[in-house]
Design a protein around this ligand. Sequence first.
Ligand SMILES: *[C@@H]1O[C@H](CO)[C@@H](O)[C@H](O)[C@H]1NC(C)=O
Ligand SMILES: *[C@@H]1O[C@H](CO)[C@@H](O)[C@H](O)[C@H]1NC(C)=O
Length: 540
Amino acid sequence: MSKDNTIAVSIHPSHSFYSQLQRNTMKPIVLFFTSLVLCGVNGAKILAIFPVPARSHYILGSALMRGLAERGHDVTMISPFSEKNPPKNGSYRDVVLTGFLEERERRSKEMDMFEMENLNLFMLLPFFINMMIESTELTLNHTNVQTLLNSDEKFDLVIVEQFMNEALKGLAPYFNAPMIAFSTIGANTWVNMLVGNPAPPSYVPDALLSYSSNMTLYERTLNTMNYVYAEMLYHFYSFPRHEQLYKKYFPNNPGFYDTLYNASIVLLNSHSSTNQPVPYVPNMIDIGGYHVQPPKSLPNDLQEFLDNAKDGVIYFSLGSNLKSADLPPTKRNAFLRTFSKLKQKILWKWEEDVLPDQPLNVKVGKWLPQQDILAHPNVKLFISHGGLLSTIETIYHGVPVLTIPVAGDQKLNAQRVVSQGFGLSLGYKAVSEETLTQKVKELLENPMYGKTAKSKSEILHDRLVKPMDTAAYWVEYVIRHGGAPHLRVAGVDLPWYKYMLVDVVAFISAILLLTVYVFSKIMHMCIYFIKPTKQKLKRN
Ligand SMILES: *[C@@H]1O[C@H](CO)[C@@H](O)[C@H](O)[C@H]1NC(C)=O
Ligand SMILES: *[C@@H]1O[C@H](CO)[C@@H](O)[C@H](O)[C@H]1NC(C)=O
């Protein structure tokens, strides 16, 4: 893996375009020529890597890369998926991590996804970390990635999905390009660490805990313990292992930690309408909602079904990872019995050919165009697992939601749904005909949920520019300036004891101790001088 053929001064096309633009503003013909070039093929070459074998992660990655391709950039996407309809006018190329999806399928057969709810938090994190160390090695050693590394291709920018895959950041210095980190779930421990973002555990709950920012003493204690635990796991367990991989696969790169803390910006899939407000350092950019596309027309049967539902429609989907067809019969029957009593129609994402005992008012589909369905005015309620994409999409279209959280960040999202008032939550274990009926009735009958959902939607849409334009602006900004070191806070470079002011506290304590010591010495001496006088007095 020689790096020689890839080190070369990379010329950033957009950069040269802008300087040309400044020089030539008086020459319309040249300007016309350069803008033709920019809109045509002369975009930047962007490499992105979204290695997580879960469709929701890929949807976010491909939406970003498609958006950039449509703006004239030449994009290359490394992921376990391949794009079925790449943009026709842009340059979009897949480097597929073949075998990843099959491996994931094999593993998910070994464990019951609905049992993930039982994993405790202190076991969950090491489980994820180990899984990601293994998968990072598989990614770097993958034939298709190795072929790319050993080609003499050049890139102007590398975008890395931040998901406990630190070694992958080595791609940026390998291609001599600036790096952007992307977070699928907004600000969290492993993004904050990269850019020195403060997240006081007093009011910022961990993504894996389902707390609101208003925590009780017990919750704050657990949140703080978890914060320290996670920091220690990353720094003393995960990072050293990623450093080994980094050194193995990028032997000529600069040091691991120099690369790790060198993200130009972080793009976050979050927004104040979907997430709690938290502090952001200047290089963290919110683009939540960017993946939602304008509604397309529905297939005829769905259009008819939705148009003719005079009492409204409930849309039920557990997302792309969980399959409602895997629900145990007791839970499935709870849904069936609840639905059969309602006058509303139900559209159910059911992954098999036949739904046993399917009620008349229920229509099933193995795959359903979720965004276009939520956009239909007759959809009155969304029953969801509470994944982040589903939550953003339901807010986008102003539809109230009943979340049935199972794992990951779903409980956190469910908690937000409830505390912000545009829906209710029902833990997976608590699902029964009674509880479901009660929650569904409440959501359909109380108009407050719909109103709140609509006002959330208005907040999500009330922005200076569209979120995809924001994303594209910042991506091009980083390319134009060859990085963004001027946005970096100094806290990134401080060792933890300086950052936490341990040295200052120690210094002040030392001075206090010294003062007390000196004072007690003086007192001691005074007593010493007083004592003999007393003795002298007695003698006299
Ligand atoms: C590519 O097509 C999309 C719509 O499909 C459009 O929005 C975009 O401006 C086009 N880009 C270029 C560079 O022509
Ligand atoms: C890397 O891939 C090669 C073949 O593609 C294989 O022989 C080797 O065992 C792999 N190494 C690791 C550590 O997975």
